[in-house]
Write a protein that binds this ligand. Structure first.
Ligand SMILES: NC(=O)c1ccc[n+]([C@@H]2O[C@H](COP(=O)([O-])OP(=O)(O)OC[C@H]3O[C@@H](n4cnc5c(N)ncnc54)[C@H](OP(=O)(O)O)[C@@H]3O)[C@@H](O)[C@H]2O)c1
Length: 311
């Protein structure tokens, strides 16, 4: 039986990871959240992990308040500790146990420069025309090995975390994901997903506005949890993976689909990002291209299941 430690076990993703691994008798699952371990304390991390000696450690703990850490120096300091330094402490403790570390990062480590993506030659193309089939079929977005270049403070902290993991351990899976949705967590810092927020707004208003930009992929937490287990069980090569549901809508397109599926009559008006000023800049286009794994199902299918499970 494999002993697996899931940190951030009460978070939106963490609770699904606990469920998925508990359903397999080959795993003994230990789930810890902030009351069990503070990952920003290096000695505590080393000591507590040293006592239970897991073979796999999954870190689903994070600081996720993108705008708060842009505005407040104190919050940014906290984000740097949780997202930036703590993954390094976990990596060192995991290495000491000769275990495997799984850590999550974000599409926000990329700048979202769409022009740069468009200008890139597709894999296999030997000339620079834009007419061959390869150009038409290529999936536009950021691949696993693309240059990161965050444009907000949250993205900077997630990138630091990626670097700390890579610096301190070889046996790691770094899974980048984006726009997670699922059952909300019940923890102190719980953040509502976009769909949760828009469902509430749709029930209260006759019209809502949604940004018709920031194209990226949604990720259903139970699908990400299952794919994480598949990666571990298949003993995939260590390194970076991109895991999101297939399809890449803007916020506006996603909201339209949500209301259609939930039979909400509220009108959705598309607006530009400028009409919704938020403290942190968002990448204009941050689709994560997955070149290593079988793709997850389409986000619309996952959204249907999410709505069915909410009833
Ligand atoms: N949510 C998204 O849209 C999104 C997008 C891209 C990437 N990601 C990444 O995906 C992963 C999972 O995200 P999620 O949305 O499931 O996160 P989440 O729901 O916010 O859960 C994170 C958990 O970590 C806990 N935590 C915070 N600080 C901690 C500390 N110092 N020590 C121990 N635990 C601590 C939180 O507790 P409290 O709530 O009590 O603080 C919470 O239970 C993260 O790495 C995140 O950065 C998320």
């Amino acid at each position: 039986m494999k002993k697996i430690l899931i940190i951030g076990a009460k978070g939106m993703l963490g609770q699904e990871l606990v469920k998925v691994f508990k359903s397999d008798k080959d795993y003994k699952v230990i789930g810890w959240d902030k009351s069990d371990i503070d990952i920003t304390r290096e000695k505590e991390v080393d000591k507590k992990i040293g006592i239970i000696k897991p073979e796999v450690i999954i870190n689903a703990a994070a600081y996720n308040a993108v705008d708060k850490c842009e505005e407040s120096k104190k919050e940014f300091e906290l984000a740097k500790k949780v997202n930036g330094l703590a993954p390094g402490y976990l990596a060192k403790a995991t290495k000491k146990q000769k275990a495997i570390l799984v850590h999550y990062s974000s599409d926000y480590v990329f700048d979202g420069d769409f022009e740069k993506i468009l200008a890139r030659e597709p894999q296999g193309c030997t000339h620079s025309c834009a007419t061959c089939g390869l150009h038409n079929n290529q999936e536009l977005g950021f691949c696993e090995d693309d240059q990161s270049n965050p444009i907000n403070k949250y993205g900077e902290t997630k990138l630091r975390g990626e670097k700390e993991v890579a610096k301190n351990i070889k046996n790691y899976y770094l899974i980048r994901t984006s726009k997670i949705f699922g059952k909300p967590s019940k923890t102190e810092g719980a953040k509502k997903s976009f769909f949760e927020v828009m469902l509430a707004a749709g029930k209260k208003n006759k019209e809502v506005k949604a940004v018709d930009e920031e194209t990226s992929c949604f990720t259903y937490a139970p699908d990400l949890a299952k794919k994480t287990k598949e990666i571990i069980d298949a003993q995939k090569p260590y390194g970076i993976y991109h895991v999101t549901n297939s399809g890449s809508p803007t916020w506006f397109e996603a909201c339209q689909e949500l209301y259609k599926l939930a039979k909400i009559k509220t009108k959705v008006t598309p607006v530009s990002g400028d009409e919704f000023p938020r403290p942190a800049a968002r990448p204009f286009y941050s689709v994560l291209v997955n070149t290593k794994l079988n793709p997850l199902r389409d986000w619309k299918e996952a959204l249907k299941e999410y709505l069915k499970n909410k009833k």
